[in-house]
Design a protein around this ligand. Sequence first.
Ligand code: TRP
Length: 453
Amino acid sequence: MNSEARKSIHGTWTGRWTFILAAAGSAVGLGNIWKFPYMAGEYGGGAFVLVYLACILLIGIPIMIAEILIGRRGRSSPANSMSYLAKEANTYPQWKILGIMGAVAGLAILSFYSVAAGWAISYIFEDFSGPSAEYYGEEFNAFLADGTKLVIFHSIFIFVTVFIVARGVIKGLEVWINRLMPLLFIIVLLLCAYATQTGAFFEGVSYLFTPDFSKIDATVILAALGQAFFTLSLGMGAIMAYGAYMPANQKIGSTALSVAFLDTLVAILAGIAIFPIVFANNLEAAAGPGLVFVTLPWAFVNMPLGLIFGKLFFVLLSIAALSSAISLLEPGVAWVVESLKTKRYVAAAALGLIAWTLGILSALSFNLLSDFTPIGDRNFFDSMDFLSNQILLPLGGIFIAIFVGWIMKRENVLEELEIKEGWVLKVWYFLLKFLSPVLVGVVFVAAVFFGVT
Ligand code: TRP
């Protein structure tokens, strides 16, 4: 039975564009505006960016197609879609575990993502009148030291996420995203325009785009790979869950390309906006997670109408984070609703509570629990980030690639993709069957066992 005949019990996106918007809403978030710039700064600028772009193109896009395909053909939560497709392919029912692992990874990510989203929310109340860029550095550190404040903003964010998922993603998302996402895009463009006025535009841009090949090692590649999965929302079933609600007549390949293109564009523009500000003010490119929260407020101080743009920017960033967080909770919630026949709001509240509890540990890892370092010398927040992005997502990605590339019947794949035999299909199959599993596997083993600390 193809996906024409099957429909998800959770509903279907109403229009052609809605899937793209929802998937782009999931993809575009803190990963683009907060994480991409600071990782680029930490891992050497152009070298990181180059590897990151290669990972998006060669591994991210093929796996995104595979995820949408599984979701749309399975028409259920990732766990149950995997079960259905495993049956269709006459193979082990244990493939379902991939979906369950994904739901768990989603909660792990949501827990620390929400703490970072809380930072964005708190900057809405900033008045953008500080005396210097350093001032914003000190302010961010003072904020991190305030555990209570972090927990409060984290709680607000989780609460709103749970509320929307409880009402149903389709109802909750469609109304908002198509109006607000374009606005965020415009403000990022505006920041880029400001960056041209800083006097260090060229320096910033060449930092991003001039790769120093000697800086590329297993650690940088693993970080770029993890970031490629993270920014495209891949490897844990978020895009799979959304794929289940995708209309049957929509082409999967071109849709995945549009989503990946939009997502990459926003990340690169954020980098172009931020690095000139970093260099013009002699800030540290490798400053870590605080980077945007130091550079951008200072940009708003100096920009005409900065107060309005600043507030609007952080409102929109919070909403972009929200539309991503929703997709982290949805796979688990859809699965609980399907298997335990609970009400949506019960499932959303229960899973939200788990993420909230874990998130408290993340919020306190910058202050009370700063000596607690579960992985290497990382605090709890960084450990969760490392564990999910650099281990769980790539691992999930390998298995998704193997399942669609090696286990699913070629005719079923073709039917779902609505594509004919030809070179496009050949390239995609090659990337999925050989390149992604091998590359991800090698980088992964190299980095995890030989020297990532
Ligand atoms: N892609 C989002 C961002 O860039 C975060 C995100 C949402 C995510 N859903 C995901 C990351 C699923 C990994 C997996 O902010």
